[in-house]
Write a protein that binds this ligand. Structure first.
Ligand code: ACO
Length: 372
């Protein structure tokens, strides 16, 4: 038995050809391509093709692939019924998890995992989130449009109006940047489930549950709460100082792997500048500056930088998403990564089954129930 660090920090448990994080130098690679190049030049559909099929598509491949993906957007009636049965006040992540579970029960993702299963799950995610948002507001869900891309159609299904190119492109860039990220907690969860030879739907249900937590994908709405609570740039210093004095964590900063600036934050900062109201963006910039300075002063050896969630919050707010849809939108983008990892896991599978060191008592004398 090998003892490893708590939280599996620094432990390599799988080979992957999907994404590589160079945490020391702040670089992220998808299948050999630098994320900064992909964010500026590729769409989410191209990234899905790259992660599932191993290469960037040419124009003809992309057109056929995008049409096929869009063809899976409509939900079976059982899934819509499931969403309608849940309380309007439910956490959208709980609704998403339940609706994907209902989709799995309806569509039977059993048998060999395939890119088709990945496409179906990926295409359904925005429809589920948008349908719940409409239903909870007392509105009819909007049917998906196959002439819009993944990002544009999601925004359209939320509002019923086709988004501007700028909003659609901003969200598309966010989706590209967050499609995959090594063996993070939710991706690891998906791979563990896949390793039991369960189905792809179950793997995605588990991954959604793992992403929900604030130490992983649940942080962006908390970032926005913090920015609202700070209110104006001059409040940043006293607010953040007081929070750190209370021993609180500043949401949107620090990362298990990055010990340099997260390359996704760099791009998202530029996108946020284009999509946010000027006062909001000035506030975000000021909060980032002060937070980085205070964190570096207080934890000089920890190398804490802005993580992806800080400007993700600003971008999602800027394109008009409600706060509680930030993490479901992260789930929408990450479904491509999760499903790609499930496919990869099963190409060379071994049941993932670590051991635990037993630290409980031994040798206790059993006392029957009526004598306890
Ligand atoms: N604010 C204040 N202090 C922090 C922060 C922060 N955001 N992040 C880390 N630290 C401190 C910790 O208190 C700890 O200090 P100590 O060793 O003196 O006690 C030290 O830095 C190391 O922290 P760990 O928790 O060991 O680092 P870990 O790698 O486990 O944590 C994590 C990474 C969970 C993201 C952490 O930085 C955090 O809680 N950040 C805030 C929440 C957040 O932004 N979550 C989104 C993460 S991005 C994503 O998953 C997509």
């Amino acid at each position: 038995m090998i003892q490893v660090a708590k939280g599996l920090e620094g432990v390599v448990v799988a080979d992957t050809a999907l994404s590589h994080i160079d945490g020391e130098n702040g670089r992220l690679i998808y299948c050999g391509y630098d994320i900064a190049d992909l964010a500026h030049g590729a769409t989410y559909e191209e990234i899905a093709h790259l992660l599932w099929l191993g290469h960037l598509p040419n124009r003809a491949e992309l057109s056929a692939f995008s049409a096929k993906l869009a063809g899976y957007r409509e939900l079976p009636p059982t899934v819509i019924d499931t969403i309608r049965m849940l309380p309007a006040t439910a956490d959208p992540m709980d609704v998403l998890r339940s609706a994907v579970s209902a989709l799995g029960a309806t569509r039977h993702f059993s048998g060999a995992v395939s890119v088709d299963h990945a496409m179906e799950l990926t295409a359904a995610m925005p429809t589920i989130v948008a349908a719940f948002d409409r239903i909870r507001r007392g509105l009819k869900p909007v049917e998906p449009r196959s002439d819009l891309n993944h990002a544009g159609n999601y925004l359209y299904m939320l509002s019923g109006e086709a988004p501007s190119d700028q909003r659609s492109r901003a969200l598309d860039t966010y989706l590209v940047l967050t499609a995959d990220h090594g063996l993070n907690a939710s991706t690891f969860t998906a791979r563990v489930i896949a390793s039991t030879l369960s189905d792809m739907g179950s793997a995605i249900v588990g991954a959604i549950g793992a992403l929900k937590g604030p130490l992983h994908g649940g942080a962006p709405a908390l970032v926005l709460n913090m920015l609202r609570s700070i209110g104006k740039p001059e409040n940043a210093e006293p607010w953040l100082t007081a929070a750190l004095d209370r021993g609180e964590r500043i949401m949107g900063f620090g990362h298990r792997v990055y010990k340099a600036e997260d390359p996704r934050s760099k791009v998202l900062r530029q996108v946020a500048e284009r999509t946010s109201e000027i006062d909001f963006f000035r506030l975000a910039i000021r909060v980032e500056d002060v937070a980085l300075r205070l964190l570096h002063e207080r934890k000089p050896d920890r190398r804490l930088y802005t993580n992806v969630e800080f400007y993700s919050a600003a971008v999602m707010h800027g394109v008009g998403l409600p706060d509680d849809l930030f993490t479901p939108t992260f789930s929408i983008s990450r479904t491509v990564g999760w499903t790609a990892h499930v496919i990869e896991q099963l190409k060379d599978n071994r049941l993932i089954r670590p051991a635990a060191e037993y630290v409980g008592p031994t040798g206790l004398t059993f006392v029957p129930l009526d004598r306890r």
